[in-house]
Design a binder for this molecule. Structure first.
Ligand code: AMP
Length: 209
């Protein structure tokens, strides 16, 4: 199964990807995570991406497509159960590139309104050790492994609002792109993560039959 997880920043794509990985054994490819990993290691790719990430803007298509192209080639050789793309594609040009490279079975759209996202991201925290995402409202240590939590640099309100603007202008056209191809599956992502996950599973299992 080859899926695209589509939704605004903070819609819960990463959280759902971790659950889907466990249930269906799919590889999780997050372009944001790849950029953050490159930045941590100060690679030329990470340093190039940083200026866009800090401003809440998109890294140029050409750079992202080169990186994802290499990752897709790796995945083709892995002979796995499939993969989920989280945070890619984010523009129509990226979606066309993806279409030219591989066949996607479904696109899950996680819908949440902007104000709920701003509120959600103001308390979002990530574990330094295991990478799980949680909320500072309920935890001061990682609830999964006890690790220390940190706040992503781009989760401040000003950057979150830029990221939302970019989402509406550049990524939302993908809803029509995938609806036209009969690939879109929509879930209400304003619900609790367990309920969102149950809805996703129902949609996927129904879609398979
Ligand atoms: P994310 O972790 O998915 O929220 O991504 C964090 C940041 O990485 C984004 O705000 C962009 O600056 C950059 N980024 C991640 N994926 C893409 C993409 N597909 N196209 C362009 N920029 C991206």
């Amino acid at each position: 199964m080859r899926l695209v997880l589509l939704g605004a920043p903070g819609a819960g794509k990463g959280t759902q990807a971790a659950l889907l990985k466990e249930r269906y054994g799919l590889a999780h490819v997050s372009t944001g995570d790849i950029f953050r990993e490159n930045l941590k290691n100060s690679t030329p790719l990470g340093l190039e991406a940083k200026k866009y990430m800090d401003a809440g803007q998109l890294v140029p298509d050409e750079t992202v497509m080169k990186m994802v192209g290499a990752k897709l080639a790796e995945l083709e050789n892995e002979n796995s159960k499939g993969f989920m793309l989280d945070g890619f594609p984010r523009t129509v040009a990226q979606a066309e590139f993806l279409e030219s490279k591989t066949k996607i079975d479904g696109v899950i759209l996680f819908s949440v309104d902007d104000e709920a996202i701003v509120k959600r991201l103001s308390s979002r925290a990530v574990c330094k050790d295991c990478g799980n995402v949680t909320t500072r409202l309920e935890h001061d240590k990682c609830p999964y492994c006890g690790g220390e939590l940190y706040t992503r640099e781009d989760d401040n309100e000003t950057t979150v609002r830029s990221r939302l603007k970019v989402f509406h202008e550049q990524t939302e056209p993908l809803v029509k792109f995938y609806r036209d191809r009969n690939l879109l599956l929509e879930v209400d992502a304003s619900q609790k993560p367990e309920k969102v996950f149950a809805d996703v599973v129902e949609l996927l299992d129904h879609d398979k039959n």
